[in-house]
Write a protein of this length. Structure first.
Length: 367
């Protein structure tokens, strides 16, 4: 049983009057509500009183609040007076409060709630339109990022400013407790040609989407195996240089450094500034030091802020474009992914708002 949540119940009716109404009630909905109130009269806690009539604690809390605010009239709206055809404006406001308390909801649950609370039934086809008119959205729930700071944009703005304001020879990636040895540029690295700005991230594009419907002559049974890709795609989307896409076995620090080396090869004459997340192989000393040796300064996003990395939109567009295309092998799909990545990373549209927010003061420093 749940915790001992007791609530002070307003005694709108004497207990004898409550018993009389229970004896006379012929609607199961009314009986359940009155029984619930009587259990609270007797000193039961909220969870136990709700459980006794087969309801959740949240429903019990809602019933208790309605009883306290309006007594029997608010607790049993429209019961015993015939089934109303639809919800009035006040009832719609009450419904919104109920839905907001326990969201998200399935359509069947809302249908049952409206019938249970107001004695109104909507046809399933009309219910969706009614809920949209009420202001509800029908969408896949997204996990909340509780770790993202409220001032994430301000944090990133400061980190970009620090990266541009420091001298090229300063170990921007070095932490105070890092080993001092090895923080020097490789002999063949040149950073005199301005700054290339890029965005790094990994993704897992696939040649098909299991949710897609396919055409079959006979029973819809999968006879031939569909191509799948096990390793991640790790890419760098540059605004003013050459972008790079790799398919390493994993995202180890060695493979991330190999990506950095490819980025340096493709952009040989410039200082490079890369924006990336806080994945463990990104932030470790090994990776930060190797980046410095390659003339690459790393700007780490605030925790839980993938929305501040424009390459996320590149991945999304690539997956959408690649999903319907039939490929014969993993090699064919990698070739397709590289072609699409090269095509989409030529577009600045994915990063227009990022440029306006974070890069506009430093445009003269770009290559």
């Amino acid at each position: 049983m749940g915790g001992d949540r007791r609530i002070e119940i307003v005694r709108h009716l004497a207990e004898e009057e409550l018993d009389r109404l229970l004896d006379e009630a012929d609607d199961p909905k009314v009986t359940k509500r009155l029984t619930f109130v009587k259990r609270l009269y007797k000193g039961a806690n909220l969870e136990d009183a709700a459980d006794d009539v087969g309801k959740s604690a949240s429903t019990g809390s809602r019933w208790a609040r309605r009883w306290n605010e309006g007594g029997l009239g608010l607790l049993t709206p429209n019961f015993g007076a015939g089934r109303p055809p639809k919800l009035g404006e006040k009832q719609q406001e009450q419904l919104l409060e109920m839905l907001r308390e326990d969201q998200p909801w399935k359509a069947q649950e809302i249908h049952h709630l409206i019938d249970e609370e107001f004695g109104v039934q909507y046809h399933p086809d009309y219910l969706h339109r009614f809920l949209r008119d009420l202001g509800l959205s029908y969408a896949k729930p997204r996990p909340q990022r509780p770790s993202q700071p409220e001032n994430s944009e301000e944090i990133l703005e400061e980190r970009v400013r620090d990266a541009f304001d420091e001298d090229d020879q300063t170990p921007h990636n070095k932490h105070p407790d890092d080993d001092d040895e090895g923080w020097v540029l490789d002999d063949d690295v040149c950073t005199d040609g301005g700054t290339v700005v890029g965005f790094c991230d990994a993704s897992h594009p696939q040649p098909y989407d299991n949710s897609h419907r396919l055409w079959f002559v006979d029973e819809p049974i999968q006879d031939r195996p569909l191509v799948t890709i096990e390793e991640p795609a790790v890419g760098c989307y540059t605004l003013n240089g050459e972008s790079v896409l790799t398919f390493p076995e994993d995202q180890s620090k060695e493979n991330i450094c190999a990506l950095f080396e490819r980025v340096r090869e493709q952009n040989p004459q410039s200082r490079i500034l890369l924006v990336l997340d806080n994945f463990s192989s990104h932030i470790c000393e090994h990776t930060r030091k190797r980046a410095h040796q390659l003339g690459i300064d790393l700007v780490f996003l605030p925790i839980g802020s993938p929305d501040l990395n424009p390459i996320e939109q590149v991945w999304k567009t690539l997956k959408r474009a690649a999903s319907p295309i039939i490929v014969a092998s993993e090699k064919s799909f990698r070739t397709l992914a590289r072609r699409l990545f090269e095509k989409f990373t030529r577009r600045l549209a994915f990063a227009e708002s990022w440029i306006d927010k974070f890069l506009s003061p430093y445009l003269q420093k770009l290559s």
